[in-house]
Design a protein around this ligand. Sequence first.
Ligand SMILES: Cc1cc2nc3c(=O)[nH]c(=O)nc-3n(C[C@H](O)[C@H](O)[C@H](O)COP(=O)(O)OP(=O)(O)OC[C@H]3O[C@@H](n4cnc5c(N)ncnc54)[C@H](O)[C@@H]3O)c2cc1C
Length: 160
Amino acid sequence: MAILEQAPVGLMGFSREALRALFDSHPMFFRADSAAALAQQTGIDVAGLERSLSGYNLAVARGEDPLGRRHLPRPIGEGAFHAIRMQGYSVTSTVGLAVDDQLRVLRGDGQPIPNLYAAGELLGSGQLMGKAFCGGMMVTPALSFGRLIGQRIAAAVTQA
Ligand SMILES: Cc1cc2nc3c(=O)[nH]c(=O)nc-3n(C[C@H](O)[C@H](O)[C@H](O)COP(=O)(O)OP(=O)(O)OC[C@H]3O[C@@H](n4cnc5c(N)ncnc54)[C@H](O)[C@@H]3O)c2cc1C
């Protein structure tokens, strides 16, 4: 409870009052009188959470943490205890359809499928950026490659 009252709010644009109110209203925010009750409410292993808390408190007392955390401002003591559910999600796909240099979709044997092209998210970031990922580098290739495909199809139709 003391951490909720004294630590920086941490959610951009939220006042402490607005943050507090979320624990009474939002399905991803939890509050309980004990660590065990909080674990039950959130589906966390009760013994595991209690072990983590006592390990953390021991690290704070010693000023030394086996996990290497250096920010050890205060122990987690009296309730109420609070938790916020964290949710992972995928923003882009790394893998996608294989294409050749004309953006024709390739079969497993490497041969292009006639009249089937792909661009954008369908290609996956890996084909554009290799093993690295550069944020903000998906929309421009999607637009550029889509335009190239459109030009090629238009040219093919005109020639036919
Ligand atoms: C939260 C988030 C943040 C992102 N931020 C960035 C960023 O900052 N910079 C950046 O470069 N990239 C960013 N990306 C990635 C980028 O938005 C996508 O890679 C890009 O929009 C892909 O474009 P697209 O045209 O291939 O696919 P989409 O934009 O997904 O377009 C596919 C379209 O097809 C429609 N569709 C699907 N099925 C059918 C169907 N059966 N019939 C008809 N229509 C259908 C869908 O409704 C959709 O409109 C972000 C992605 C997310 C999710």
